[in-house]
Design a protein around this ligand. Structure first.
Ligand code: NAD
Ligand code: ZN
Ligand code: ZN
Length: 344
């Protein structure tokens, strides 16, 4: 079968032919129907050999959807042909975090060598993929795999981030979204669907801000050194009750904390390497800074339910499997509007 692999440190991803995998007992083989392309892969492909925490070659893709092609021995609850989404942050299934469905915070995954598909285990940008356990599948139940597949990360990650801050997002409040790409353009829609907050979106190009506006942002602001002052101006000097940074670079983290109101939540989702300085007098009273990772199994079910209600319209740009390396290039160059989705 064809697969798109990151094969050696610093090299561009390549389309290669690899053996079609067979599901071991307990596993499920999916024929991939759609796979999303996330900016985290670009970060992973920029790491040095020392920073890389898993061996290469790696089949890329941690957003996956497919139809069940074969069930390993002992698997129940799914039939061949079922259309499913893959929950990506695989955990051990047994620790206290996993028992709550928070496999993204599994306390044993690292020790046990359990890694998400596309981030250590073979990923979804291939004709077929192995899912380690049927509990990591969620039925699509009528959702189109092409527009639903980004919900497994570009939907789930902002959903998890926003859910924690819902009590802050009361009528009259403001939420700021920094970086309105794959994750950010879904975050705006989640904020609009789940809260009465006014949403201010920041990005670096007019094209991205147009999409932000189109998907529901009330205000858009160019992300530069004046952005925090503009947010303060738009909020009568108070700042925002919740700020979500989907870039996470030093300038955006600085903007994020500078936008914060008293008692605000500042959530750094992007992995751009920036750090926030928090301290009495340097951040507003009682502001909190968090850096969450992905989301829980229950939250993925909730995000898919929300999509089924019609509240989320993921903007996708589709590519054939052979063109996946081009999709990564376009994402790297900031040329994707919404999410790039590979159709094997
Ligand atoms: P993306 O490339 O689709 O979107 C990033 C957006 O940020 C683009 O629209 C880009 O124009 C914009 N941007 C770049 N520099 C900016 C700046 N200085 N100010 C404002 N906007 C700026 O990326 P994505 O796939 O949505 O991922 C977003 C980030 O989230 C990445 O860092 C990714 O690695 C990270 N991520 C984190 C988690 C997690 O669990 N914490 C999960 C998924 C992705
Ligand atoms: Zn991702
Ligand atoms: Zn666990």
């Amino acid at each position: 079968m064809k697969a798109v692999q990151y094969r050696s440190v610093g090299a561009a991803p390549e389309v290669v032919t690899v053996p079609r995998p067979e599901p071991a007992p307990g596993q499920v083989l999916l024929k991939v129907t759609a796979a999303g392309v996330c900016h985290s892969d670009i970060a992973v492909m920029s790491w040095s050999a020392q920073e890389l925490t898993f061996p290469l070659p790696l089949t890329l893709g941690h957003e996956g959807a497919g139809t069940v092609a074969a069930l390993g021995e002992g698997v129940t609850g799914f039939e061949v042909g079922d259309s499913v989404a893959v929950y990506g942050p695989w955990g051990c299934g047994a620790c206290a975090m996993c028992a709550q469905g928070k496999e993204n915070y599994c306390t044993r995954a690292a020790d046990l060598g359990i890694r998400p598909p596309g981030l250590g285990a073979p990923g979804a940008i291939a004709e077929y993929m192995i899912v380690d356990d049927a509990r990591h599948l969620v039925p699509l139940d009528g959702l189109d795999p092409v527009t639903a597949v980004p919900l497994t990360d570009a939907g789930l990650t902002p959903y998890h981030a926003i859910k924690t801050s819902l009590p802050k997002l009361t009528p009259g409040s403001t939420a700021v979204v920094i970086g309105t790409g794959g994750l950010g353009h879904v975050a705006i829609q989640l904020l609009r669907a789940l809260t009465p907050a006014r949403v201010i979106a920041l990005d670096v190009t007019d094209g991205k801000l147009r999409l932000a506006h189109q998907v529901g942002a009330h205000e858009t602001v160019l992300s530069d050194e004046h952005a925090a002052a503009k947010v303060r101006e738009l909020t009568g000097g108070l700042g925002a009750q919740a700020v979500f940074d989907f870039v996470g670079a030093q300038p955006t983290v600085a903007t994020a904390t500078a936008c914060a109101a008293v008692e605000a939540d500042v959530t750094i989702v992007g992995i751009g390497g920036g750090t926030a300085s928090v301290g009495f007098g340097s951040t507003p009273y009682d502001a909190a800074v968090r850096a969450p990772y992905w989301g829980s199994r229950a939250e993925l079910i909730e995000v898919l339910d929300l999509a089924r209600s019609g509240a989320i319209d993921v903007h996708v740009e589709t590519y054939a499997l052979d063109d996946a390396p081009k999709a990564y290039e376009h994402l790297h160059d900031g040329r994707i509007n919404g999410r790039a989705v590979i159709l094997p």
